[in-house]
Design a protein around this ligand. Sequence first.
Ligand code: NZQ
Ligand code: ZN
Length: 381
Amino acid sequence: MNTFTFTYPTKVYFGEKVAAEALKGELSKVGKTVMLAYGGGSIMKNGIYDEIKILLTDANKEVVELSGIMPNPTYTKVQEGARLVREHQVDFILAVGGGSVIDCCKVVSAQAKVEEDIWEMEYVSGKFPTQGIPMGAVVTASGTGAEMNSGAVITYEEKMWKGPIVGTAVSFAILDPAYTASVPSMQVLSGAFDTLSHAMETYLGNSDADNVSDDVALAIMRNTVINMRRLLVDINDMQARGNLMWDSAMAENGILKVGRLTDFQAHQIEHQLGAYTDCNHGQGLAVIHPVYYRHILKDAQEKFTRFAREVFGKESAEEGLDALSDFIKECHLPTKLGELRSKVEITPEILRKVADSCNIIKCNPRELSRDEVYGILLECM
Ligand code: NZQ
Ligand code: ZN
């Protein structure tokens, strides 16, 4: 293993009905003015907004709301949030939502503490935030694992770019599977596929023989597949939702990634596809993964063979990838780009732009050329 230093900043409260008690305790430790941040209104419909509003009132907090955080949160929204934080001198940010709300808030938190434009600071000056407005998260849709890391994925519309910006890690995360009860089944499954993807992308990077990260990543993949299949039988199976919620956090909390290289090429392609189309993240990955993996099969034959055996109970690498494709269909996830939600018609011209602007992972299993990325995307059509 490569050398590493690992610390963990987030306290996790997991389980059905843990939210009220956990929030009461945590809110008592934070300042007077709290920003309550959320998405497009699902928390109004399912009652979570009312529950949290009561807790905030009981805790005697001044509440500033940041609402309407969209899936694939934009840089404009981040700046709106940071302005609100400064204007109202917000002491604490409470993000209530899925990966998009949490990501947006992580960068709002960091941007509010620095004068410079945070994208310029990170991508031009190469400096990263060292402080942020303290924040916590209540997860209402799982899959990204955004609640347990400091990285956020933001869409910068004017630059036609979707990618990572380092923000603030939450000090606490509340994971109540019951809070995900109202998530539409399509989102539940695409979120879970995102988790599967995180474990696959980590595992596919170079690693020493017999290292614990590979073993845990394979266990997370297996467990994610098992619990997604349980949801195909009963989408309201709360135990399976809970298992997936923790799989999601485990796959992206950094534990798997220390001391090794990771791949994440499928993610880089999907993120840039998202910049042009605003497609759903997990669904985009479902389309890209099988095509990309067939393309690099020979470069990671042994790893794909182990994946086939341990995740899908198949003998060969090829059979494992067929099983992955079949599983995507079994979950009713899209298999072609044309099935994705998109704000534009997905044409070869758009795909060329995606290929020419996506980040290329310069290590393993193999560095792709831009023409190869374009070829992969064309095959996804
Ligand atoms: O906006 P509302 O009305 O809340 O509706 C949301 C949204 O439409 C809905 N939803 C959330 N909780 C709900 C609910 N609907 C009913 N009941 C509930 N309890 O779900 C929809 C999708 O939400 P979103 O947060 O966009 O989904 P997800 O959690 O998949 O997040 C996707 C974003 O995270 C990024 C993605 O790129 C994408 O921008 N990622 C973040 C990562 C990270 N920070 O570590 C890693 C990932 O690889 C990923 O890139
Ligand atoms: Zn992802």
